[in-house]
Design a protein around this ligand. Structure first.
Ligand code: F6P
Length: 504
């Protein structure tokens, strides 16, 4: 069946549901406040302010059954080669949980545990050295997850190591990162699944030269040979990665080495345990009570039934301010596809644009458009119940704003003055963590990962390749000689711009 045919009953449901204002749907069925909420360990999510009703939800659950979601979740955990376009298993779950009896998943889990033992030993050795600072060099999946985790989970005072991140090929990034660091007390970790990524190779070379050798250089890669060759790093300082882990799903592997350096190996393992709790829930829970399924089906509803083209993620916790950057890669690199796994056109809208930022700052930047703009933007609001900062008054104010915004988005407010009227009907999901800990953080990220996979099943696309990023890389490598003055560009516009960039 085509994706469009599968989704068209949802559009009929949406036509019916939106006859009634969102606040009336909630007022007429107050039990939704409890019934549309789920909890998995420290993660609670309330979907009562999404613009659907019980009948529409049944249609969404039917959709998940129609695409065989439970069996296909099992296929992921079992290490079946569900990344069909690359002929690979997708086993990030095996990095943190042991939920499958399939030999390939068991073997992957054993490899992950072995790598954790090596990580711990390297951290223990560094802890008794003079090193105070770590520079993590990587980009995309080899950067965003660790960068987010370190920012979210580090305490207010630095731990044993201060961890810095360098990703952009722009030399100003390297200049800024290294300013103020002492090469004799700094170690660098070069992280690249392929070890063929231009940014990481160039920045890695800057670090090697700046450190004055390879003695305090570490690497994480699925291409150990290339890492060893290109940077002369001995194998005992190269941690493994595998082709069954996608870059954007890799922070649970040794790609998380900088996380473990920043928060300690025990806390890193807590993060894995939190993800494992979410894994177990998602694998074993029927669709109707499955948190990742609710999240995914809600996204599909907003995209395909209501037609919204962007999705915001709005953590009300300063420590999660990088979450939207991380999710942009996780969601948009996974679901930004227009053809189905078999190569046929999807014939339905796939991923919306994901964006966001931390509240309450965002209330004073783009919230005007969310309240009164012509485009409706569904949003995930994320709050944290327990404060870890010693300012209870601020935390209460943060929570007041969190509650107020979601209420205002849903209910709106009428006014005789059109400039002061709020239409309401803006759908939101409220996700609450009991506290921001490595465990709850791991569970939250795993929820998003599983939601992404479930959305891909509905659309019939492969969430685990990313051929879309290749063309730009190819053109850039063709143009590099032109920037060095050794070639000309074929394209007339590029030629004109090249003249300006080369100053000639
Ligand atoms: O350009 C996109 C990408 O291929 C991502 O998928 C990946 O996470 C990133 O580049 C970095 O790749 P690598 O870890 O191989 O350096």
């Amino acid at each position: 069946m085509s994706t469009d045919a599968r989704l068209s009953p949802l559009r009929a449901q949406a036509g019916r549901v939106t006859q009634t204002p969102l606040h009336t749907l909630v007022a007429d069925d107050p039990a939704r406040a409890q019934d549309f909420a789920l909890r998995v360990g420290p993660v609670y999510a309330n979907f009562a302010r999404q613009y659907y009703d019980r009948e529409a939800l049944q249609a969404l659950f039917g959709l998940a059954q129609a695409v065989d979601a439970p069996a296909r979740l099992k296929a992921l955990f079992d290490g079946e080669k569900i990344n069909l376009t690359e002929g690979r298993s997708v086993l990030h779950t095996a990095l943190r949980s042991d939920l499958s009896d399939a030999p390939v998943a068991k073997a992957a889990h054993a490899q992950a545990l072995e790598a954790q033992v090596r990580m711990r030993a390297l951290i223990d050795a560094l802890a008794v050295s003079d090193v105070t600072d770590i520079v993590s060099v990587g980009i995309g999946g080899s950067d965003l997850g660790p960068r987010l985790a370190v920012d979210a989970l580090s305490g207010p005072a630095p731990g044993r190591f201060r961890v810095h991140f360098l990703s952009n090929v722009d030399g100003h990034a390297a200049q800024r990162t290294l300013a103020g660091l002492d090469p004799s007390r700094t170690a660098a970790v070069l992280i690249s699944k392929t070890f063929g990524t231009q940014e990481t190779l160039l920045n890695g070379a800057i670090l090697r030269d700046w450190l004055g050798g390879t003695e305090r250089l570490y690497a994480v890669s699925a291409n150990v040979e290339r890492a060893a060759q290109a940077f002369s790093i001995p194998p005992e300082r190269i941690l493994p990665m595998w082709d069954w882990v996608g870059g954007r799903y890799s922070l649970w592997s040794a790609v998380g080495f900088p996380i473990a350096l920043a928060i300690g190996m025990d806390a890193f393992e807590q993060m894995l345990a939190g993800a494992a709790e979410m894994d177990a829930h998602v694998l074993r829970t029927p669709i109707e009570r499955n948190l990742a399924a609710w999240h995914a089906l809600t996204s599909v509803w907003n995209r395909n039934a209501l037609g919204y083209s962007t999705q915001a993620v709005l953590p009300y916790d300063e420590r999660l301010k990088l979450l939207s950057n991380y999710l942009q890669q996780l969601v948009m690199e996974s679901l930004g596809k227009s053809v189905r796994t078999d190569g046929s056109p999807v014939e339905a809208e796939t991923v919306p644009v994901w964006w966001g930022g931390a509240g309450t700052d965002t209330q004073h930047s783009f919230f005007q458009a969310l309240h009164q703009g012509t485009s409706i933007v569904p949003a995930d609001f994320i709050g944290v119940v327990r404060a870890d900062a010693p300012y209870p008054q601020n935390h209460r104010a943060l929570h007041a704003n969190l509650l107020a915004q979601t209420e205002a988005f849903a209910n709106g407010q009428s006014s005789d003055d059109p400039h002061r009227a709020y239409a309401g009907g803006r759908p939101t999901t409220m996700i609450l963590l009991d506290a921001l800990t490595p465990f709850s953080f791991g569970a939250l990220l795993a929820l998003y990962e599983h939601s992404v996979y479930l959305q891909s099943l509905v659309w019939g696309i492969n969430a685990f390749d990313q051929f879309g990023v290749e063309l730009g890389k190819q053109v850039a490598s063709r143009l590099l000689p032109a920037l060095e003055g050794q070639a000309q560009a074929d394209d007339p516009v590029t030629r004109e711009l090249l003249g300006l960039l080369r100053g000639s």
